[in-house]
Ligand binder design. Sequence first.
Ligand code: HEM
Length: 252
Amino acid sequence: MIVEYIRYHIPADRAADFEAAYGRAAASLAAAPQCVDYELSRSVDEPESYVLRITWNSAKDHLEGFRGGEHFPAFFTEIKPYVSDIQEMRHYEKTAVRGDGGAVPSLYEWLGGGEALQRLTEAFYREVLKDELLIPLFAGMDPQHPKHVALWLGEVFGGPAAYTEHQGGYRHMVSRHLGRGIEERQRRRWVSLLMDAADEVGLPDDPEFRAAFASYIEWGTRLAVINSRPGVEAYDAPMPKWSWGGHPPYRG
Ligand code: HEM
């Protein structure tokens, strides 16, 4: 993905028309399959300055796909009167420097940190080892397994990189699922017992946290099933990092 920034200098007497024109032009961006998202911001310090940010699939998709495509004519009709007001128009690539600021707690902090996760996985695997559907998979389980999964979850939810640094990282996690042939009904049971354990140990139950938590668990368990199919070999990938998604914590 590539981010395009367009900076405009729009005199105050044309600002309302400019915003209205972009309000209409936005329909073309919303319809364009090359456009990921867009946002027009106005400077508070210098109200004549505007920045339009558009994320495209790629620069080629923008320059060839969008500009040569069916949505461009309507878009350009709206913004043409403002082309001479453009001060900068460039494509940028995101760097690795990004993240949430201190105003947004990580899921790890919100749920109570490493100790809460240890309590969660201990309660969870106690039930897993009593469950007729899951016993065949976990009968020979390493006694340290609950602790390791707690470290994994902690890292995913924004805590220390302990699993990567001390437990073999992503590749090791994948390797522990290989060839296990996890069935959908076993995955479902795993999810269900984990949600029960979250209630049992008192993980926060606010809708925003539980939605983010369940979203990762749904994603991760489906990946575990895929990794457990015949023929899959161990592979490396970046550690998933889960955050609040569309619903940051509610503080009423
Ligand atoms: C979000 C979902 C999941 C996560 C984060 C996860 C995480 C992990 C991790 C980190 C390990 C390696 C532990 C170590 O380093 O010792 C592991 C092993 C394992 N996982 Fe998962 N897993 C998930 C889903 C599942 C599901 C759905 C199943 C089966 C229903 C499953 C079955 C196993 C088994 C059998 C092992 C090996 C246990 C042992 O013998 O020690 N996992 N998992």
